[in-house]
Design a protein. Structure first.
Lengths: 228, 77
């Protein structure tokens, strides 16, 4: 399986993502934001970081970069696009995913491990997942998901909410909502569920010594589902 | 000509920064400040002599890039 990680000026999780994808068997290639096309891929990843210094709004400048048209075409033709953290912000700014990531409710940059509950398994990302609750890492200042009531209803009706913040037992409440996100939303799909944007970083949880291995589960599962 | 744009958060959208600034001003003794909403201001120099045409172009820019209409409103002045 081939994957491509797009690098924007200010991306800083691109190398981690490259290491993670390769560790689990993807043939990964790095693609520069100024390129006009993306090599043949089964998965495109928009990594975390601070593309274009978070100027104007997080992800807003990256959403107009040269490479984005190819990403949008790939996504619209059913290709898998994964946006992590700043990648999620870019996906909302392109309009591929609804809503926006606002500044965290208490104005603090949050960097810690959290638990998220998988809300939908009828998709390539989480189908056959052995776990329902994953421990992943978050590091962001703008992760407070917001959308209109109409968009929220549509997300819920179509099972587009991918992962929600919770405690280790799966309890979703304000107490376990790190950033004030609407309905504890940590990640969402588009209607066809080929596009996933989420704030937590699975690529930071792939080593049993350094972190945990719930990110490993995510990548192994994704690769397994792609091979089916 | 010059076109000015003000971007504000829509009513009902939380503005934690505005709230923090308001509380700071209250703490400094400005007790009559009840609410602050923070926004953005753009000064745009555009190569166009016709005012209507210039403002139409800027409106397009607002919709495409300068504002995110999920949470923000724009005003061209």
């Amino acid at each position: 399986m081939k994957s491509s990680v797009i690098i924007f000026p200010g991306s800083n999780c691109d190398r981690d993502m490259d290491v993670a994808l390769k560790k689990f068997g993807f043939k990964n290639q790095m693609v520069w934001h100024n390129d006009k096309s993306i090599p043949k891929s089964d998965l495109i990843v928009l990594p975390g970081g601070f593309s274009y210094g978070d100027y104007l709004r997080c992800g807003s400048i990256a959403a107009k970069s040269n490479i984005i048209k190819s990403v949008v075409d790939f996504a619209n033709s059913g290709g898998l696009v994964l946006g992590i953290c700043n990648g999620f912000q870019i996906l909302t700014e392109t309009g591929l995913l609804p809503g926006i990531l606002q500044q965290n409710k208490y104005l603090n940059f949050i960097c810690k491990n959290v638990f998220v509950k998988i809300n939908d398994k009828e998709n390539k990302y989480f189908k056959n997942s052995k776990k329902d609750i994953l421990e992943l890492h978050i590091a962001h200042n703008e992760g407070n998901y917001f959308c209109s009531d109409v968009e929220l209803k549509s997300l819920e009706d179509n099972n587009q909410i991918a992962v929600k913040y919770c405690n280790k037992d799966g309890l979703e409440s304000d107490e376990y909502n790190p950033n004030g996100a609407l309905k504890n939303i940590a990640g969402i799909f588009n209607k066809d569920k080929n596009i996933l944007g989420m704030m937590p970083h699975p690529e930071r949880m792939i080593d049993s010594y350094l972190s945990g291995e719930d990110g490993s589960l995510f990548f192994k599962n994704l690769l397994g589902n792609l091979k089916q | 000509m010059k076109v000015k744009v003000i971007i504000t958060l829509k009513n009902g959208v939380l503005d934690p920064q505005g709230k923090a600034i308001q509380q700071t001003l209250n703490g400094m003794g400005y007790n009559n400040v009840n609410e602050i909403r923070q926004g953005k201001y753009f000064d745009i120099e555009i190569d166009e002599k016709n005012e209507t045409k210039a403002k139409d172009k800027v409106e397009e820019m607002c919709k495409k890039l300068l504002a995110n209409l999920v949470i923000e409103d724009y005003k061209i002045i």
